[in-house]
Design a protein around this ligand. Sequence first.
Ligand SMILES: [Fe+2]
Ligand SMILES: [Fe+2]
Length: 466
Amino acid sequence: MKAKNEADSPKTKSNLINQLGVVLRSAEVHHVKNIAVGNAINNFVSLLSEFVKYEGDFILELRGDFFFVNEFRIRYASEVMINFDYLVRLFRTLEIGTVIIKSGAGTNDIISLTEAFVKSPAVNPFETIQQKMSHVNSITVHKLKKIVEEDLLDARKMVKKSYFKAVSFTQGVMNKIQQGEKIALKKAKRMIVSLVDHIINQEQLLVSMTSIKSYDEYTYHHCVNVSILAVALGQRLGLNIKQLTELGMVSLFHDIGKLEIPSRILNKTSKLSDEEWQVIKKHPIEGVRLLLKMKHVDFISIRSAIVAFEHHMFFNNTGYPRIKKSFPLDLYSRIVSLADQYDAMTSARVYSRIPMSPDKALNLMIKQAGSQLDPLLLQFFINMVGVYPIGTLVILDSMELGLVYESNPGFVTRPRILILSDSNGNRVDAFACDLAEKKNDGDFRRTIVRTLDVSKWNINIAEYLL
Ligand SMILES: [Fe+2]
Ligand SMILES: [Fe+2]
């Protein structure tokens, strides 16, 4: 067995993908013979030669929204995000699924690859690249596998089942706590582990479940939604499975203190008085009290207590509970605060029956970047949910009406949508289309013109997304 070395590390794999992005991006603006492209290629080749010494061939595969190198899933890190997103988009447009660069590949082979990638036509791009690369023995490309509808349907069913299981589990736990029963966190952990697993493998599917909102069971859906959104964001930030599980747990319990707020205040439909607001604002502290009363106080319950305490404190130390001296907020608190605001704004609740459309909520959050919200985390969050998040209703330049059901990584303005009505406004059987899809002349087939307010249209989003 070969000795383990630096080249085995995920960082090297991620650097290689990043550098490939640099090569192809610079070749889009300059000629391949240009010195900038030449330097980028040389850097790539030297990284590659280190890598192949220990790992053999370099196999880069796009699966869903993520890259795998030699079967190892590569995490997104902020410094490589731009190039990763660019490559995902490029692979999709060119219909490339896998690139295998064999250990003997040299500079000229990488130049051929670069030329083939940047100069391929909009029609049959994959076939053209394959033909152009046919003389390069050390590099092979494979076509992007189209996800078979049936597989997707099965995955959707499984994810949906887990989602509703999580909601009913949360309801059960909350009821027990309300009745004064001491609960153990073990079961909750098991449930979160399965959600984390789905997020790792089916991120978009599970995130799409969070657009299911329930007015009557708002609290339970809210806890699960915040948990899913937080874990999905954590995954994008590169947290490991153990940290993602912790994050999922602490998010689930962020509003637990609301159990101690009298329901006449919590469920009041008219405007709250100042005194009533003061009571509501106690839920972070009540949360701490409840969490430290759990059966066993351990690391998770303490971290949950911190997040429960801090989730309404803002990035700039405003918000509540008011504190005398400012301190940096826990990373998990900053993540939960984002997920919490987004889910709350886009749900119908007792005191705001009309939910905000997802894109409107996001726009409002952008205005709060740097003051209430952590700007860097928000950038990752937007990248995850897309500029047009799942559940957004849109009008297209074709005058068709569409519903966003999946975001397109790296192509935030071109999500995948379901067409709900034709250009004359007649309802049609919903069908899926990808806004990144181009016509033969290279122009996009459909483009979003503007968003619409779902509440003004008689459309049941959950019905379509489920
Ligand atoms: Fe809260
Ligand atoms: Fe909340």
